[in-house]
Design a protein. Structure first.
Length: 726
């Protein structure tokens, strides 16, 4: 049994895969059957969803674990692996809840994080400031040493270093970041300082930049190490408490998802919190890769819309690109991460009127407490979920037959003041809220496709998260996408991605090879050293090694990445691959330009569950028979149209034609007119754009006409507290 738990801003999701196959990587269907028989449980994928508990996230995690184990009829001791994705580090960084952090740098470079790159955060806001450094001026210390790329220029004086550490101890820091010039190439001075600080300040967390980053660019390396030091004590405390709670109920210790999409142990995550800043979204990407693979799609745009934010990424040829230069809350992170773009447009995003009179949505969210107004937990501000409810796109009786009841009158009261400010009816305002949120998501999808030279019309759109499928058809039409995928476990796909992920370790080194130094022998020597280091860190049996080479034309400031498996690479082949990628990205190649290899990155992967077995588990508990259908009216483009409502899980073979609303167990899908499709063997709903599927709106459907925005005809009128169309 494989367990995955993802903590979101609004809900905490859990997935239990029973009979997932041998994770050694060489097991086939026989091993799946063996596990199913030994476990005595019906093979399949079981899910659970509870409200997040922001004040104490581990409480929500354990509640989700209990819910999914109860659903599967399983005991905690039967779980083989528990994978966890969370937002602890991200939220702490956004809210400024960090440890008291000191920065130790080469003398004269103590203020490198504050100085930054002198680039304005927003081009036309001349006074906009970058986030303040996490280490204040009084906690920055200069070390009398100087390292160059070739070696020591000024050796570190041990006596002076001891005096500095004694002075540092008097300031009582909770964490220390050590960032010395060129330590990525020559780490001995950092190692010595780390030993001195650990001796003088036992129990204080120490982050050394060469251990965390290992590449050049001193500002990004310093900022990343500072973030790591500031977050690690908090994350260590959280993971320690969660591990203790898991142990108390007989559950294995959790493995933690990294931003790069692979699992690591709790000790590594606790000592290097910066590796987990994008932990939750990375789980969603891995789940999306699994769903796309089972659907036979290799070119996919991924849309993950939850309660707080929306994450998008692109799958090309079955793979998701990675980046080593990301940013969180305006702070750079020079660490490997999946190339995910995030916007503040979730189901709980709050709608508001800006000073210019325009309708805006997000980035502020109602979160889990109190949540959208329609949840009836004290929320009073209008959100995207409230708008979808009033438009008939969410059934008030909840996401499934036994789901919670949503309060339409409360949602209407929340939207009414904003509608009055904007001079709109309530339903017109609700439609505007949804359109503005979709515009935010559309912009994010264009960033990862059009702005990178990719034509979205050649991709399928895979929508997941609790709210993603609600908006998929509208976004697909704007992008010209003609295929939509909605996975069976769409509402908990991040947790499924966690449960089915593989362990991973990374190693990176800046080498700067060009001209005569860029030889096959030197290339192989650097590659072999890095892969050996990554494999040693993994510990578990290595299933695959990947190597990424970052190259540029000499004189350029930044690099393009060329991916390869772990085998040796030839300089000529890398140069040609770089030129081709440069031409794709920027429209030209420089035949006379000298290519420079800047950085090499190695990734060692452990075993993942067998993909065939996972597909069989997804299909194992699919319902049979035809789902119940009932008449339904939904507001689309300011008109009410007749459609149908389907509740619960859809069995394979179910056919759909828009307009329709599918209240799935953990999410809701809106099928707009012009879209039709059916459910495949793995439970994925595959929709296609078909011109003949377009239906004209019912001539009797009437536009909202009064101050409240309620339809003036009897049909489709909200009926009491539930607000469901009759």
């Amino acid at each position: 049994m494989l367990l995955g738990v993802d903590v979101g801003g609004t809900f905490t999701d859990a997935v239990l895969v029973v009979g997932a196959g041998d994770t050694s990587g060489d097991a086939g269907p026989a091993a799946v059957d063996g596990i199913a028989a030994d476990g005595g449980r019906q093979p399949g994928v079981y899910t659970g969803k509870v409200r997040s508990t922001p004040a104490e996230q581990s409480r929500g995690v354990l509640a989700a674990v209990r819910a999914v184990l109860e659903h599967a009829g399983a005991a905690p001791g039967e779980v083989e692996r528990f994978a966890h994705g969370m937002t602890v580090a991200t939220n702490a960084l956004l809210e400024g809840r960090v440890a008291r952090t000191a920065l130790v740098a080469t003398a004269g470079f103590e203020d490198v994080v504050e100085l930054g790159r002198q680039a304005r955060p927003r081009l036309y806001e001349l006074c906009a400031a970058a986030p303040a450094p996490l280490a204040p001026p009084e906690l920055r210390f200069g070390v009398p040493e100087r390292m160059t790329p070739a070696g020591p220029l000024r050796e570190l004086d041990v006596e002076a270093a001891g005096e500095l550490v004694a002075h540092l101890a008097q300031t009582r820091p909770e964490a220390v970041a050590v960032v010395l010039l060129h330590s990525y190439a020559h780490p001995q001075h950092e190692q010595l300082l780390g030993e001195l600080i650990a001796r003088e300040l036992p129990g204080v967390h120490v982050s050394l930049s060469h251990e965390l980053v290992g590449t050049f660019r001193e500002f990004e390396r310093a900022a990343s190490t500072e973030i790591d030091a500031a977050l690690s004590p908090l994350l260590g405390s959280y993971l320690g408490g969660l591990s203790a709670g898991a142990r108390d109920i007989g559950l294995v210790k959790p493995a933690v998802m990294q931003s790069a999409g692979g699992l690591t142990d709790t000790e590594t995550a606790a000592s290097h919190a910066a590796l987990t800043v994008l932990s939750g979204p990375a789980g969603g990407v891995r789940g999306a890769q699994l769903a796309a693979e089972l659907a036979g799609e290799r070119e996919v745009l991924c849309l993950d819309m939850g309660g707080t934010s929306c994450d998008v990424c692109v799958i090309r040829a079955g793979h998701v690109a990675e980046t080593a230069q990301s940013a969180v809350a305006g702070r750079p992170l020079a660490l490997a991460a999946l190339d995910i773009h995030t916007v503040g447009a979730g189901g709980g995003s709050i709608a508001w009127r800006d000073p210019g009179g325009a309708l805006r949505v997000g980035p502020r969210s109602a979160g889990a407490e109190p949540g959208p107004a329609c949840y009836g937990r004290g929320g009073e501000l209008p959100t995207v979920t409230d708008a979808n409810l009033l438009l008939g796109r969410l059934p008030a009786s909840g996401l499934a037959l036994d789901g919670p009841t949503l309060d339409a009158p409360t949602a209407e009261r929340a939207i009414a003041p904003l509608a009055h400010e904007l001079g709109l009816s309530v339903l017109r305002c609700a439609e505007g809220i949804v359109r503005v949120a979709e515009a935010e998501m559309l912009g994010a999808l264009r960033v990862i496709s059009v702005q990178r030279g990719l034509d979205p019309r050649g991709f399928a759109l895979l929508a997941f998260g609790g709210a993603g499928p609600l908006h998929a058809a509208a976004l697909a039409q704007e992008l010209g996408v003609e295929r939509i995928l909605c996975p069976r476990a769409a509402g908990v796909l991040c947790a499924l991605g966690l449960a089915t992920a593989a362990p991973r370790r990374d190693a990176a080194r800046t080498v700067v090879l060009t001209g005569e130094s860029f030889t096959a022998a030197r290339l192989e020597r650097e590659r072999a050293a890095l892969t050996e280091r990554a494999c040693a860190q993994l510990g578990a049996p290595v299933q695959q090694v990947e190597v990424a080479y970052e190259l540029r034309y000499r004189g350029q400031s930044f690099e393009l990445t060329i991916e390869r498996l772990g085998e040796p690479a030839e300089p000529a082949a890398l140069r040609e691959a770089f030129a081709a990628e440069h031409e794709l990205r920027y429209g030209y190649r420089d035949a006379e330009g000298e290519v420079e290899l800047v950085t090499i990155r190695a990734r060692a992967w452990g075993a993942a569950p067998d993909r065939v077995a996972l597909g069989e588990r997804l299909a194992a508990v699919s319902p049979t028979g035809q789902p119940p259908r009932e008449p339904w009216r939904v507001a689309l483009d300011n008109e009410w149209v007749d459609g149908e409502l389907l509740r619960g899980e859809l069995p394979p073979g179910t056919r759909l034609r828009g307009p329709a609303v599918c209240a799935l167990p953990e999410s809701t899908l809106l099928v707009r007119p012009g879209w039709a499709g059916e459910v495949d063997a793995h439970g994925t709903l595959r929709l296609s754009w078909t011109d003949d599927a377009v239906q004209e709106p019912d001539s009797a459907a009437q536009e909202p006409s009064d101050a409240t925005g309620e339809p003036s005809g009897a049909t489709g009128e909200p009926s009491g507290a539930t607000g469901e169309p009759r």
